[in-house]
Design a binder for this molecule. Sequence first.
Ligand code: AHM
Ligand code: MG
Length: 338
Amino acid sequence: MPDIKTLGEYIVEKQHAFPHASGDLSSLLASIRLAAKIVNREINKAGLVDIAGAIGTENAQGEEQQKLDVYANEKFKAAMEARDHVCGVASEEEDEAVIFNKQLNRNAKYVVLIDPLDGSSNIDVNVSVGTIFSIYHRVSPVGTPPTEDDFLQPGHRQVAAGYIIYGSSTMLVYTTGDGVHGFTYDPSLGLFCLSHENMTVPKEGTIYSINEGNYIKFPQGVKKYIKYCQENVPDEKRPYTSRYIGSLVADFHRNLLKGGIYLYPSTLAYPNGKLRLLYECNPMAFIIEQAGGKATDGMQRVMDIEPKELHQRVPFFVGSSNMVDKVGEYLETYPDHE
Ligand code: AHM
Ligand code: MG
């Protein structure tokens, strides 16, 4: 029998380190794990059955929804409602936060914010996609329906965050503020198995990930940083390597393992950047900080931003600390677009 540790076992083991832990968070993570397996199974069938492509509707932000966006949203919501440890969920796919009405859910102390299927337009071409989640203690009284304040909390209050990457293998990576741990899915066993304990991002990265097609629309500081990445300075391992998948989870995951930076700055089309603070940037920021890296909006730490609305967008710079610091220096000096 190989020495395998499953995600379930690992969570229980970690929970024992906190004698007063009730097990609710472990159960919540178990519901996310279950939905991830169901979504993974469906994604693997894309191309075989009619599940790829657009569904003909738009989400809260007016973006075209893919069939699998809707499917993943339903599965994650249902898994969390069923286990009674979550009182409400905010999702990229829903205008408003979804409040669970059963009294057992009202008694729950957690809210979850989720991007059920990030990068979903990549499914049609068999490129990696992901799920991103962020977990908070509610601030409203237990026993009542959750309120807007429960969902609009700054990222530094997160209790846990993670992502699932549906890639050449499927992985679940999470943090509860005690390091970053990765589990690879073994489809023959139906189990997520510990494969990457205590993940750390190299401080000096050499990969930059940005949609350079938008170059003309970037602030001057970002343009100058891209030129800095491309300069020939062999002693500093420059020019850096450019890699951009167009799935945040996949780009982030590669950079976490190898060292690099992911950038989605403000552009003329997206003056506040494209990515959403609460269910894309904050969870990734929590993970990268736990791994020893940084995440900013170009000026300040992402997890210190006070959220104003559910689907708020922010410019996002995340990855190895040397790279995030450097682009910050350029943006401080050259913040404007012209
Ligand atoms: P989505 O949540 O609608 O999928 O959008 C987020 C995605 C990220 O995964 C990805 O990094 C980014 O949008 C790509 O945007 P662009 O195509 O503008 O480069
Ligand atoms: Mg997304």
